[in-house]
Design a protein around this ligand. Structure first.
Ligand code: ADP
Ligand code: MG
Length: 328
């Protein structure tokens, strides 16, 4: 059993820094008081009972379930800027436990990498966060600025997306016959974008925002080109740009560098590092060199649970991790 005392990431970083000059650079605005609990061994309460359907979403947003208050999570999140709390979720498929009492806390603005061997439950975890799959037990909470909690499992996928959780799947799904600029324009034209229109966001303002995104994703010179002409890596960046048009608070990115050239991989690392701080970024990735180049904090999944958490050096030294993953 590991100690229930949370590890301060600052302490971790201080120990690791000399060995990893290029990695583990915590984004400055993210969380000076970041505390990383040993979530794998922390017992969590039973999931909160679902409130009646008739209650408005906003009522639910601002109410705090008594189960939550008594769970110890208040104590846990009080010391940190928790943004997303995956609370003890389990999910079975035909009796097979894809997720098994998984608990995970993400801090506002952090860049988290989730790694683990095939079948560890990474995609199922993303599915449970985004409302694609509902866990059998446990809950997923989005934590707001006033520390109000939204139970995401009561919402379907598009509602979760509207709340500011953007997900990028492995395969880019850009519109090939439209220009790069038009793809971004289309990304504004969804529900959140419509809201912008209602509030009178002028077209010029949108164009300005698109230019800003084009610069961020490094495609400013390709703005007039058909998206179909872009390389695989550039299409991935465009899709990240399309997610940014939705102004997500949390960005979930599934295997962003699969199929990319070395140079594209490096640029993707820079892009994701640049997005952290402004957004909470979660990257599921298999490429260990890539993870090393971007990760401040790594969570290793195995058989649907958290096997280890810490800096890349810490988890790579962990015998449990070596056995199940890095040594495979
Ligand atoms: P990872 O993304 O880490 O490779 P997954 O979350 O995709 O792992 O899968 C975890 C386990 O759950 C795997 O054994 C997989 O076969 C199983 N699984 C995932 N989704 C389904 C599903 N819809 N039906 C049946 N089994 C599934
Ligand atoms: Mg997967």
């Amino acid at each position: 059993m590991s100690s229930p005392t949370p590890i301060r990431q600052a302490d971790v970083a201080a120990k690791e820094e000399p060995e990893t000059p290029s990695g583990f650079v915590t984004p400055a605005p993210a969380s000076p008081g970041h505390v990383s609990p040993d979530t794998g061994s922390r017992p969590s309460p039973a999931p909160a009972k679902k409130p009646g359907k008739a209650r408005s979403r906003w009522l639910r947003l601002t109410s705090r379930a008594p189960e939550v208050q008594s769970s110890g999570l208040d104590e846990l999140t009080a010391k940190r800027r928790a943004h997303l709390w995956v609370d003890n979720i389990s999910k079975s498929f035909d009796g097979f436990k894809a997720l098994n009492n998984l608990t995970l806390i993400l801090d506002e603005g952090e860049l988290r990498c989730i790694i683990g061997p095939n079948g560890a439950g990474k995609t199922t975890l993303m599915d449970c966060i985004t409302g694609k799959t509902r866990p059998d037990t446990g809950n997923v909470y989005l934590i707001g600025k006033d520390r109000e909690r939204i139970s995401l499992i009561e919402h379907v996928e598009h509602e979760v997306a509207q709340m500011g959780i953007g997900r990028k799947f492995q395969r880019p799904t850009v519109f090939h016959d439209h220009s790069v600029f038009e793809n971004l324009e289309l990304a504004f034209g969804t529900e959140r974008g419509v809201l912008n229109a209602i509030w009178g966001k002028p077209k010029a303002k949108q164009a300005e925002k698109i230019e800003e995104i084009l610069t961020t994703i490094g495609l400013i010179d390709r703005r007039k080109d058909r998206a179909g002409l872009l390389s695989h890596g550039q299409k991935q960046w465009l899709e990240i740009g399309m997610l940014l048009a939705q102004d997500p608070r949390i960005l979930l990115v599934d295997e962003p560098v699969a199929g990319m050239t070395h140079q594209e991989t490096e640029r993707t690392a820079e892009l994701l590092k640049g997005l952290a701080g402004k957004h909470t970024v979660v990257v599921v990735e298999h490429d260990m060199d890539f993870v090393r180049s971007i990760a401040t904090f790594v969570t290793v999944l195995h058989e649907g649970s958290v096997l280890a958490e810490g800096s890349m050096d810490q988890v790579q030294r962990d015998p449990k991790v070596i056995e199940v993953y890095l040594g495979e």
